[in-house]
Design a protein around this ligand. Structure first.
Ligand SMILES: NC(=O)c1ccc[n+]([C@@H]2O[C@H](COP(=O)([O-])OP(=O)(O)OC[C@H]3O[C@@H](n4cnc5c(N)ncnc54)[C@H](O)[C@@H]3O)[C@@H](O)[C@H]2O)c1
Ligand SMILES: Nc1nc(=O)c(N)c(NC[C@H](O)[C@H](O)[C@H](O)COP(=O)(O)O)[nH]1
Length: 228
């Protein structure tokens, strides 16, 4: 299936958590890693997160650096990449920051279970793509994104969407910034939540680089697929 190049970039604590057991956002990245993330966003055609991230963090998913935004405009692009929310039941609030901050196309990916009324309201703020029955069909979504000319897709999380993408083999590379803190908690979101692989389904990685950034370490992996 023709699809964009897709990479995940998330930050996790030394014990593998994305946020606290209350799903409260934790500042895991330092200044330099947030700069790196801003550069990744500026280079991407689109950024995607799950609705859990929107409900927890209310992110804008915008490019922050004025220089990076200007460079995008000079290259004939919008100052922000396309911003995509995976949201089966169309739960995203109409006053979410992603609709208020920054210019550029927003896409809400919903499933057939989403209420028609909400889809209609969202249609005034975003392009709504409907694919999948109970949850979004991620393969169908990324194929549609490719058709729209999106060639590089950055997935920022959260824990369940990272699983959703990895479990159906849609991720080419995984970047994780491991921060210098412990979050703990059996119910805290990890880098990859969801159902989990069986031993037969374990996914292998090839280490591309390991780099100290301030007090943390950036690991970059190429996804190799099943190891058994
Ligand atoms: N540290 C980081 O880099 C980082 C990045 C993003 C989010 N987070 C944190 O992660 C938490 C949110 O993670 P989460 O797991 O609750 O939510 P999520 O952002 O991963 O959204 C998952 C939701 O997306 C929807 N969805 C629809 N179709 C799907 C599919 N096919 N596969 C998977 N999901 C599908 C479902 O409603 C699902 O519950 C928050 O606490 C946030 O602060 C941290
Ligand atoms: N790289 C990274 N390091 C972190 O320490 C952290 N907590 C996140 N979390 C990612 C999540 O998507 C956040 O909600 C947005 O990064 C919010 O920032 P924006 O408003 O989008 O600029 N991401």
């Amino acid at each position: 299936m023709d699809r964009p190049f897709i990479f995940i970039n998330s930050a996790m604590s030394a014990d593998g958590k994305l946020s606290t057991k209350e799903r409260k956002q934790v500042k895991i990245s330092g200044k330099l890693d947030f700069e790196r993330v801003d550069e990744l966003r500026a280079q991407a055609d689109a950024i995607m997160v799950g609705i859990g991230t929107v409900l927890a963090d209310d992110p804008s998913l915008t490019v922050k650096s004025p220089e990076r935004k200007a460079a995008r405009k000079i290259a004939g692009k919008n100052e922000n990449p396309v911003r995509i929310i995976v949201d089966s039941a169309a739960r995203i609030p109409l006053d979410a920051d992603i609709f208020k901050k920054g210019e550029g196309l927003r896409i809400i990916a919903v499933s057939n279970s989403a209420p028609a009324e909400k889809i209609k309201s969202l249609g005034e703020k975003a392009l709504v793509i409907k694919t999948g029955d109970l949850k979004v069909d991620l393969g169908g979504l990324v194929a549609k994104l490719k058709e729209m000319g999106i060639n590089t897709l950055m997935v920022e999380g959260g824990a369940t969407l990272n699983w959703g993408m990895l479990s159906v083999g849609l991720v080419d590379e995984v970047y994780t910034f491991v921060g210098n803190l412990i979050i703990g908690g059996k119910t805290a979101p990890t880098f990859v939540d969801g159902e989990g692989f069986t031993e037969a389904e374990l996914s292998g990685l090839e280490l591309l680089s390991a780099e100290k950034i301030e007090e943390g370490i950036l690991l970059r992996w190429k996804v190799k697929g099943k190891i058994n």
